[in-house]
Structure formats: structure tokens, C-alpha cells
Write a new protein. Structure first.
Length: 239
């Protein structure tokens, strides 16, 4: 009897766009970027990955800096100055750049920004800008936005549609690193975590016992029922 040859373990996993969005969003929740920009930043990372720009690897490389600080663009009238690449990763303000570029292009026909156009996070922006009817031109130091004569192009482009249909190939080791970072955003399983949703800790009967983060639980004050007239008198049953 001949043994069949052993097959080497696959080096890549096929990950769905939904799973990419879920894990990327959790990782970003562990950073210093504002909560309100997490969804937009997540979509930039996923878009970069679906267009072959190594968004997941770029996100992991940027994590130490993203967790240390968050600097917003400096606005001087109609001019927006973005932090230098050595100050923080371009991913931190990529969502702001996209918003300003779309607004400027539609308001004035065109707009230009001093931003690192050669960074992977910025190179992921043109497909998203086209959905809003804006074309982006990138150089190493500038991003220029112009309103498109064709108008908005809603819906996924060819690369995004392929990813939605077949998933995205991600190296196994890289994906394990992403999942490990994403799990740090979750609350560890414990007796306490199973008794609360949001900030409130609930008792077995649904009463609020405390707020998460308080040093001492808040004991519910007993509520005395008002006596009902005639409640203590015996009830005579007619023969």
C-alpha cells in the first residue's frame, strides 16, 4: 500500500470582506484615533487590502504610533496641513483627508493638500473618492482633488467586487497577528462581564447594581409597598 504524499499547509487564507471589516475595526478600537473615525478608517484599511496595497500589514506596522497619539490636520483658512509622516502614520488622518478633498473639490472644483501621497493609506483613497464624484491625483508630497465630469460612481469597483465574491488572500501568519490584536479590544470573560451590557451592571431581577468602573457596587434601596386599605382585615366568605 502506497502512502499518499502529505500536502504542505497553505500559506494564505481566504478571508471574507466581512471578516476583514470586523477584525480591522476591533484593532482600531485599541488605538488613539477618535471613535467617530474608526469606521471610515477601517474601510480605508480594507480597501487598501482589497486593492493589493497591504493594508493589514501597514495597520500592524502603524499600531505603536496609532496607540501613542492622534494629531488632527491643522486648518489655516482654506489650507489643511497634515502631520508629517515622522509625526504619526498617514492612516491616522486619511479619513480626514478624504472628507476635505471631497468637500473642497465640490465646493471649488478642485483642491490641493500637502499630504504624503506615496503612503499606502493615501493611495487607497482614490477608489473611495470616485464614489463621491472626485478624482485624486497623488504625488509624493501632495494630493490634488478635482470634481469628476462623470459624477459619482457608487458601488464596488472591479477589485472590490472580486473581493466580495471570492474573499481576499491573506498570509496565515499575518491574519493570526491581526486576530490577536483584535482580541485585545474584547472584554475578558468573567462573572462580571456576564452581568453587564454597556456601562451598567445588572442583578438577577434586572435591577442596576453599579456602573462599570465604580469602586463600590450601588445597593438598590428597598422600596416599601404602600398598604392597601382593608388588606389586613379577614375576608368573610358567605355560606
Amino acid at each position: 500500500m502506497t502512502r499518499s504524499p502529505t500536502r504542505p499547509a497553505p500559506t494564505d487564507l481566504r478571508v471574507s470582506v466581512r471578516e476583514l471589516r470586523l477584525m480591522t475595526g476591533r484593532v482600531l478600537l485599541t488605538t488613539a484615533i477618535p471613535f467617530g473615525t474608526v469606521a471610515a478608517t477601517r474601510d480605508i484599511v480594507v480597501g487598501a487590502e482589497t486593492h493589493g496595497l497591504d493594508g493589514l500589514a501597514g495597520l500592524l506596522d502603524a499600531l505603536p504610533a496609532l496607540r501613542a497619539r492622534h494629531l488632527r490636520p491643522e486648518l489655516r483658512g482654506a489650507t489643511a496641513l497634515f502631520p508629517a509622516p515622522e509625526s504619526q502614520p498617514a492612516l491616522a488622518t486619511a479619513a480626514d483627508l478624504l472628507d476635505l478633498a471631497v468637500a473642497g473639490a465640490h465646493a471649488d472644483g478642485s483642491a490641493s493638500f500637502a499630504a504624503p501621497g506615496d503612503d499606502w493609506a493615501v493611495r487607497a483613497l482614490p477608489p473611495r473618492a470616485r464614489r463621491h464624484g472626485v478624482e485624486l491625483t497623488l504625488t509624493r508630497t501632495t494630493v490634488t482633488a478635482e470634481a469628476s465630469a462623470d459624477g459619482p460612481r457608487p458601488g464596488p469597483d472591479a477589485a472590490e467586487l472580486r473581493a466580495l465574491t471570492y474573499g481576499v488572500a491573506v498570509p496565515t501568519a499575518l491574519w493570526r497577528r491581526v486576530v490577536a490584536e483584535a482580541e485585545t479590544a474584547l472584554t475578558p470573560d468573567s462573572a462580571l462581564s456576564r452581568t453587564h451590557a454597556g456601562d451598567s451592571v445588572f442583578g438577577p431581577d434586572g435591577e442596576i447594581l453599579a456602573e462599570v468602573g465604580e469602586d463600590e457596587p450601588v445597593e438598590a434601596e428597598p422600596v416599601e409597598a404602600e398598604p392597601v386599605e382593608g388588606e389586613d382585615e379577614p375576608v368573610e366568605v358567605a355560606p
